[in-house]
Design a protein around this ligand. Structure first.
Ligand code: ADA
Length: 582
């Protein structure tokens, strides 16, 4: 079943499947004309062409094509769930849209007239070369492999015209007794005399009267209407993840104009002192950072792998996952909603520190703001998502960074006042922007990077580091809010067992993570941990890889094929010593 929202009355076709493919290599991507491309191969959509052995590690232009026809005499929306690193979409030889946000969805509407007399040739041109001008959100030094392709599902949908319901974003106003607010975003103006009916779960539909709102809930140029509903709705919590659906229909003169169904949960997320609370109850966040990655698929994971990943996180006694370092596959968020896993979702970022390129560059800043807003609007209804983040390990110690950090935190709050905002810092002691956050998230690598080289097993640094972090936050007056250890870990090569328990052995990682988890569980001052990382992932190769044996980031608790290392049992033992939360 596709992810929500469902527009079940609209003719819709999934374009997932086999497409024609041509790899054009080092071509000038601006000069590509679809009708002249020699498509000499076939490729799966969704998929990463450079995860396939034939194109493994190649950088250049990949082109995908197939025919499309109108499903009705109506405008159509093409939605591509995500692609990398840069994408342009053509209908025949006409460019429809260019997309510069890797890991974010792209939508383009094709007018009805443009589709008459089909079929038409749909061509998607992707480029996985690094080019800071064209695609500034992904740079070659990021510590995860930059794949090329169409990562997530593609759909083709006929749209009601001239007015349609885009989304309904549902906010919990009160958990018990339940009260929700639905913000309806429209494209176009509803005709005079439009009436609205809603249905919760499988109940009877009833009339509602949405009223205009000035809330910013969309990128589209339509109205936002809101209505409130009070009713018997069981709450969502990690221990009992009850989900509901809301269907909204627009009618005019006895004819249904459009309908949408959204899924949501009734729950609140708040911070109280050092705690993160779900429905008012403190929850210790016990989890991992997870890349969407697999050697065979890159980030285009099949559904069964997403299921396996969510189950493995739960098997660690975990209740929390940080979606590092980009907007998540909506199917994974669906699973987290259903299984009661809590999610820290962040927009794409990794170590952007350059005052000129990153903080005095309007194009870069605008794209950061755009992708972050897009993430918030896309994932708004997932109850599993409990905090938003951005710019992992960005240059938050630089005075020049302040205005972008302000724009990003404010931009999130403008669209969602209900979830805490954070970002993962690597500069705790020098960070200048933590006052902007509701939760302080710290990435720290005691007993691994820069560890005392004279000590063979410097594990004592873990406790010392936690003490130092807490002392610093206290001195800065930042101990009034939750502290999340958003990354911590040690590398281990799968199968490397060593009686010395030296660096890179499974034993060292096991002892390291066991101590980390015990400390986190014992300290009321730490709201939770996202261990780095769920599983090993391919990263940069070449000279950068000297600290990355096999060109993988080897700090996974599981290896890249999800085989458990010794640490898995140790983490489970430490996490399960505590009640599983709310
Ligand atoms: C950073 C970064 C991660 C990863 C990690 C590591 O904290 O956020 O993506 O690179 O370090 O393994 O060093």
């Amino acid at each position: 079943m596709p992810s929500y929202p469902h527009h079940s009355d609209r003719p819709t076709l999934s374009l997932d499947g086999l497409w024609d493919f041509g790899f054009l290599g080092e071509t000038d991507v601006e000069a590509v004309t679809p009708s002249t491309i020699a498509f000499d191969d076939r490729m799966a959509v969704p998929g990463c062409f450079d995860a396939a052995p034939r194109y493994a590690g190649r950088r250049g232009v990949g082109t995908y094509a197939r025919d499309v026809s109108a499903l009705a005499d109506a405008p159509h929306r093409l939605r591509i769930g995500a692609a990398g690193l840069w994408m342009r979409v053509y209908l025949d030889d006409e460019a429809l849209a260019t997309h510069r946000l890797p890991y974010s969805p792209m939508e383009v509407v094709v007018p009805a007239a443009r589709l008459r007399g089909g079929p038409h040739r749909l061509t998607v041109v992707v480029d996985n070369r690094f080019d800071f001008e064209r695609s500034p959100l992904f740079e070659p030094y990021f510590d995860f492999h930059a794949y090329g392709g169409v990562f997530r599902s593609v759909t083709w949908q006929a749209l009601p015209d001239p007015c349609r319901i885009d989304r309904v974003r549902i906010t919990t106003v009160r958990v018990t007794p339940a009260s929700i607010e639905a913000a309806v975003t429209l494209v176009g103006q509803p005709p005079a005399g439009t009436t609205w009916r809603t249905r919760i779960d499988a109940g009877e539909s009833f009339a509602v009267t949405p009223t205009p709102s000035d809330r910013t809930t969309t990128d589209a140029d339509g109205a936002t209407l809101t209505f409130r509903h009070d009713g018997e709705l069981e709450p969502w919590s990690p221990g009992r993840p009850v989900l509901h659906t809301l269907t909204l229909e627009a009618w005019v003169n006895g004819e249904k104009l459009d309908a949408v169904t959204e899924r949501f949960g009734v729950r609140s997320v708040t911070t109280r002192g050092r705690d993160v609370c779900i429905n008012g109850e403190p929850v210790k966040l016990k989890g991992v950072c997870r890349h969407e990655a697999h050697p065979h698929y890159g980030p285009a994971l099949p559904l069964d792998q997403l299921v396996a990943d969510a189950q493995l996180i739960a098997s660690l006694g975990g209740n929390f996952v940080r979606g590092s370092h980009y907007p998540q596959d909506p199917r994974f968020l669906d699973l987290c909603d259903e299984l009661g896993l809590l999610v820290f979702e962040e927009s794409l970022g990794w170590g952007q520190h350059k005052p000129e390129a990153h903080f005095a560059n309007d194009d870069f800043a605008d794209l950061q703001v755009q992708q972050t807003r897009r993430m918030v609007l896309e994932s708004y209804n997932h109850p599993s998502v409990i905090m938003w983040g951005f710019l992992n390990e960005g240059g938050s110690k630089l005075p020049e960074s302040r205005s972008l950090y302000q724009r990003l935190t404010q931009g999130i709050r403008d669209h969602d006042a209900t979830r805490p905002v954070t970002y993962a810092t690597m500069f705790l002691l020098e960070d200048l922007n933590l006052d902007l956050c509701d939760i302080v998230s710290v990435n720290t690598y005691p007993a691994w990077y820069a560890a005392d080289a004279t000590v063979e097993r410097p594990l004592h640094e873990i406790t010392q580091r936690f003490d130092a972090v807490e002392k610093h936050l206290h001195e800065q007056g930042l101990d009034d809010r939750p502290l999340l250890i958003s990354e911590i870990g040690a590398g281990a090569i799968y199968g490397w067992r060593d009686p010395h328990a030296a660096h890179w052995s499974e034993e060292y990682q096991r002892d390291h993570l066991a101590l980390v988890c015990r400390e986190v569980m014992q300290r009321d001052t730490i709201a939770g941990v996202a261990l780095w990382q769920f599983c090993d992932c391919r990263t940069y190769s070449g000279g950068h890889a000297l600290k990355r044996p096999r060109a993988f980031n080897n700090k996974g608790i599981f290896d890249e094929y999800r085989r458990p290392k010794l640490a898995a049992d140790a983490v489970r033992a430490a996490f399960e010593r505590v009640d599983p939360g709310a």
